[in-house]
Every structure is written in structure tokens, then in C-alpha cells.
Design a protein around this ligand. Structure first.
Ligand SMILES: Nc1nc2c(c(=O)[nH]1)N[C@@H](CN(C=O)c1ccc(C(=O)N[C@@H](CCC(=O)O)C(=O)O)cc1)CN2
Ligand SMILES: [Mg+2]
Length: 287
């Protein structure tokens, strides 16, 4: 069996076309969805992601503004900017690019974002809402994964799902979203003892551990769906995921590549969430 490659760029284009239509409809009602992006410090990868977020907003017709702070900015200054953006009616979504420099209390900074504008879905309220199945803004990367599965008509109900990696940004919300869809979910870590005994049971394997070549063909059930969320820069400059792509491709039924898999979906779902935030806020204002 050779897997079908899930083309994240194609799925992203499909979702972005819907986003363009929704944005046009909102603009016709006098509302231009607006995103505010906060970036602190000089992390080169973060700068690229922020630039790509702005580009995606422009392409779809959203308004966006970036607020860049030096790495040694006091937490209180960043929080004060967030409070001002919370009160700005032209801003419907706010995000703080992660990771923040080490001295920041990231949880506290994220908690300053209004839950109605928390388009990354990282505020504790929205994390709790997700745990209760009442998600308003699903976190962008796992939301992107679920859109990719939907696009390929891959069933979730009753499936064995193994998520490798339990980060707040990907692994934990991914597990909660798929559990909500009646999958049987197991969460593992890169350090799980005999990881293969768990991964081999997966109908759907989602890997977000940040370890190149963590998942080898012998760890994957024939016909499994394999979603690679890892982003690792090798010493030779190549970007790879967590999965031995060429090897696992010979066994899986579907596989997502890196680059060009989940990554493009992350930014697309951010645009989608910002449009939903604008629509909700417009509906509230219209009464
Ligand atoms: N506030 C947030 N911070 C971070 C998030 C997030 O969702 N919100 N996720 C990641 C970074 N990220 C977006 O912010 C992100 C990562 C990767 C990609 C992407 O398109 N990857 C491409 C490859 C890009 C490259 O060449 O480096 C791909 O996989 O094809 C988009 C967004 C952590 N921080
Ligand atoms: Mg991501």
C-alpha cells in the first residue's frame, strides 16, 4: 500500500475560498474582520509565521496589525497593549505569537486576552470550553488537522486515535477534539516506554512531538492515517516532520507531509477563527 498524500496547501486554499466569501458578506454589512498580532523578541521562525499570518489576512480581505515588542519588555507593557486591543471595536481577534521570551508568564499574558477575541483558543476559559465540548475558537493547528481529515472524508467516530505529544498548542487540544467526535484517544509522549506498542494500534496517528524520525514504518499499522505535525530544522537546513515520511508512506493509507501538510492549515484556521470572531461580535452589537 502506498499512502495518499494529504496536500495541506490544497485544503488550505479550499478553506480560504470559503473565508473570502464570508469576509465579503461581512464587509457588505460594514464589518471588516480585524486581527491584532503581538510578537515579543527576535525569534526568526516567529517572525516568519507572523509575516505569513499578515499575508494570509490580506489575501482573504481581513485587516491586520502587528505590535512588535523588544524581548526585554516588561509583561505589564504587553498586557496593557492587550487590554487596549480588547476595547478596540475594529479588532476582532488578538493573538500573542508563541513562544514568549523566558521571563514572561505566558499563561498570565494569554489570560489578558478577551475570551471573545481569543482566536488562538489559548485562554484558560476557551481551553475549559473545549474540554466541555463547547468550543468557540478551536486552537488553529488541531482545528486544521480535523479539517484535513474532513476534507479527505476520513471517519473519526469509533476510530483508535493515538496522539504523540501533549503540548497545550497541539497534542492536548487535538486529543480533546477527537474525543469529542467519539474517537478512542490515547495520548503518548516521545518518551513513552515502548511507544510502538501504542502507535501500532492507531487507525489515526497524529504526531506532534518535535523529534525527527520518531515514527518508523514498523510502528504504524498497515492502512493507518498518519498526520505529521512536527516541524524540525535539520543541521543541513532541511525541514522535516516527526515521521519517516518515505518509509511510513509505504504502509499508511493517508499521510501528511512536512512541509506542505498541517503547517499551511494553522494559519488558515486562524483567519477562519478571526472571521467567526468578527461575525459573533457584529451579531452581538446588532442585538
Ligand atoms: N500564537 C501562536 N503561536 C504558535 C502557534 C500558533 O498556532 N499560535 N503555532 C506554532 C507556529 N505557527 C504559527 O504560529 C506556524 C508554524 C508552522 C507553519 C507553517 O506553515 N509551516 C510550513 C513550513 C514553514 C517553514 O518553512 O518554516 C509547513 O509546515 O509547511 C505555520 C504556522 C508555534 N507558535
Ligand atoms: Mg502549529
Amino acid at each position: 500500500m502506498v499512502a495518499k498524500i494529504i496536500d495541506g496547501k490544497a485544503v488550505a486554499q479550499h478553506v480560504r475560498a470559503q473565508c473570502r466569501e464570508e469576509t465579503a458578506a461581512l464587509k457588505a454589512r460594514g464589518v471588516t474582520p480585524g486581527l491584532a498580532v503581538i510578537i515579543v523578541g527576535d525569534n526568526p521562525a516567529s517572525k516568519v509565521y507572523v509575516a505569513n499570518k499578515v499575508k494570509a489576512c490580506t489575501e482573504v480581505g481581513l485587516h491586520s496589525t502587528v505590535y512588535a515588542f523588544a524581548a526585554d519588555t516588561p509583561d505589564a507593557e504587553v498586557e496593557a497593549k492587550i487590554l487596549a486591543l480588547n476595547a478596540d471595536p475594529l479588532v476582532h481577534g488578538i493573538l500573542v505569537q508563541l513562544p514568549l521570551p523566558k521571563h514572561f508568564d505566558a499563561k498570565r499574558v494569554l489570560a489578558a486576552i478577551s475570551v471573545d477575541k481569543d482566536v488562538d483558543g489559548f485562554h484558560l476559559y476557551n481551553v475549559g470550553a473545549l474540554a466541555q465540548g463547547e468550543t468557540v475558537f478551536p486552537p488553529c493547528t488541531p482545528y486544521g488537522v480535523s479539517k484535513m481529515l474532513e476534507y479527505e472524508n476520513i471517519p473519526i467516530e469509533g476510530q483508535n486515535v493515538v496522539v504523540v505529544g501533549a503540548s497545550n498548542i497541539v497534542g492536548k487540544p487535538m486529543a480533546m477534539m477527537l474525543m469529542q467526535r467519539d474517537a478512542t484517544v490515547c495520548i503518548c509522549h516521545a518518551k513513552t516506554r515502548d511507544l510502538a506498542q501504542f502507535t501500532i494500534l492507531a487507525d489515526i496517528l497524529v504526531v506532534a512531538a518535535g523529534v525527527p524520525n520518531l515514527i518508523l514504518p514498523q510502528m504504524v499499522r498497515t492502512g493507518a492515517v498518519v498526520i505529521d505535525v512536527g516541524i524540525n530544522r535539520l543541521p543541513d537546513g532541511r525541514l522535516v516532520g516527526d515521521v519517516d515520511f518515505e518509509g511510513v508512506r509505504q504502509k499508511a493509507s493517508y499521510i501528511s507531509p512536512v512541509p506542505g501538510g498541517v503547517g499551511p492549515m494553522t494559519i488558515t484556521m486562524l483567519v477562519h477563527n478571526t472571521i467567526q470572531a468578527a461575525r459573533r461580535q457584529a451579531e452581538l452589537a446588532e442585538g
